[in-house]
Ligand binder design. Sequence first.
Ligand code: IMP
Ligand code: MG
Length: 179
Amino acid sequence: MNLNINNDSVTEIISAERLHVRIRELGSEISRDYAEIATPLVVIGVLKGAFIVLADLVRTITIPCTIDFLHASSYGSEKVSSGTVTIRHKITSIQNRHVLLVEDIIDSGLTMQRITGDLLQMNPASMKIFTLLDKPEARKLPVDIAYTGFVVPDRFIVGYGIDFNEQYRELSSIGIINQ
Ligand code: IMP
Ligand code: MG
């Protein structure tokens, strides 16, 4: 499917149906992996991009969880990473809690490196990373990902929460912007 929005042409690469099937699978896996924990799982979404995947994922998780968000931005208005990551968070205590970080897409790895560094200082019992999309070709820093939705090519991705200049977050499928 090709969409023409404004002056961009967006080609769908992952349909809404495939997204839902894969998220359900990962939700079951997460529910099994954390079945024995004594306190609710702390699910932390990285704003803004992860808001849709987090909302869909937690509804497939069958164990008790609490939900929090932090805000990270590494991209300005350009399609290239600025190399600096700004993080804002006011999350409730995660000390001795099991944390699942939910990210939309991992690219260079810079954002995750910053976030995990910050959160580990708060002494969680454990911390794992979930990412809807992984772009391994663009990695600059290693990231230990526990749950991956889909591996995507090193192209500019939009949709299902993920933006280009704040646009396209509302698309129900994932696409690439043709340049
Ligand atoms: P990283 O720090 O380079 O790993 O980038 C992570 C963040 O950059 C993601 O959470 C996204 O918000 C953003 N990002 C990376 N790749 C893309 C893309 O292809 N489209 C839109 N945003 C992206
Ligand atoms: Mg993001």
